[in-house]
Design a protein around this ligand. Structure first.
Ligand code: SF4
Length: 263
């Protein structure tokens, strides 16, 4: 079960931890309001991970003027789609969905096969480009800033993650309001506020992407071990996130860490 792999769900009676989360939450809310005011139009790329649900709860509960979008790659797990629907019901808002262009997907499938991403890194990256990167570029077009749920502790290569940086690839400001949050703090927020989250997290999926490219992890495995598990670690990024203008890559296992990793 998840609790054997991820840190035990913290007891909400841990007053110090709850207070810390309350303080950090207030700071994030202030940041989100400032970003919405100073960088409009700004959007939040919601990949439906645990961190993303924290930000979704803050943005929609507080009525902050930040658009929320998700990339529907066409290969998402049913549980992720169900979470989208649950979030829309809970908050009374629509997530803006960006889907891949049908011709690029058809070209990928014709050239590499329906599950061709298993056959080579080249094919996998071509699929990620068609289903994620191109739609992301469309979602970010014309925006001043975008928001992500990345945390520095998610992997060694995200340690340098800054709350505010310039994303030179997409030519806009990138904000990661939860950069200094721990995985425990994320789950305290979700539990305390009864925020919906992906049911796969309770089945040993700390990091969730497309269904054919995500599996459950075993005790002791890196939190991203279930993503593109057939590839060498240094190739395991989809190209969506950059830190200091460089692609974030996983170069070594995250030893003994639990957590959720977006995208
Ligand atoms: S994660 Fe897998 S299915 Fe999804 S876009 Fe990338 S290669 Fe394609």
């Amino acid at each position: 079960m998840l609790r054997e792999i991820l840190p035990a769900i913290p007891d909400l009676a841990d007053a110090k931890l709850v207070d810390t989360v309350a303080e950090k939450s207030a700071a994030v809310r202030r940041l989100l309001r400032d970003v919405a005011r100073d960088y409009a139009p700004v959007v939040f790329a919601n990949s439906l991970g645990a961190e993303d649900m924290v930000l979704t709860d803050m943005i929609w509960n507080d009525g902050i003027d930040i658009g929320i979008f998700s990339l529907d790659t066409g290969r998402l797990p049913a549980e992720t789609i169900e979470l989208m629907a649950a979030a829309e019901r809970r908050y009374g808002h629509r997530i803006e969905i960006f889907a891949p262009r049908h011709n690029t997907v058809q070209e990928f499938v014709a050239g590499f096969g329906i599950n061709g991403f298993y056959d080579s890194v080249e094919a996998r990256k071509a699929c990620c480009h068609a289903r994620k990167i191109e739609p992301l570029q469309r979602a970010l077009a014309g925006k001043q800033a975008w928001i992500t749920g990345l945390r520095a502790a998610q992997s060694p290569t995200r340690e340098k993650l800054k709350t505010v940086s310039f994303d030179s690839a997409n030519n806009l400001v990138k904000i990661s309001p939860l950069a200094d949050w721990s995985e425990r703090e994320v789950w305290v927020y979700l539990r305390a506020n009864q925020v919906p989250y992906n049911a796969l997290h309770d089945r040993n999926y700390p990091s969730i992407g497309c269904a054919p490219c995500t599996r459950a992890i075993q005790p002791g495995e890196d939190v991203r071990a279930g993503r593109w598990w057939w590839e060498a670690p240094e190739t395991k990024e989809c190209g969506l996130h950059l830190v200091d203008g460089k692609l974030v890559r996983v170069t070594k296992p995250e030893v003994g860490a639990g957590g959720t990793a977006a995208t």
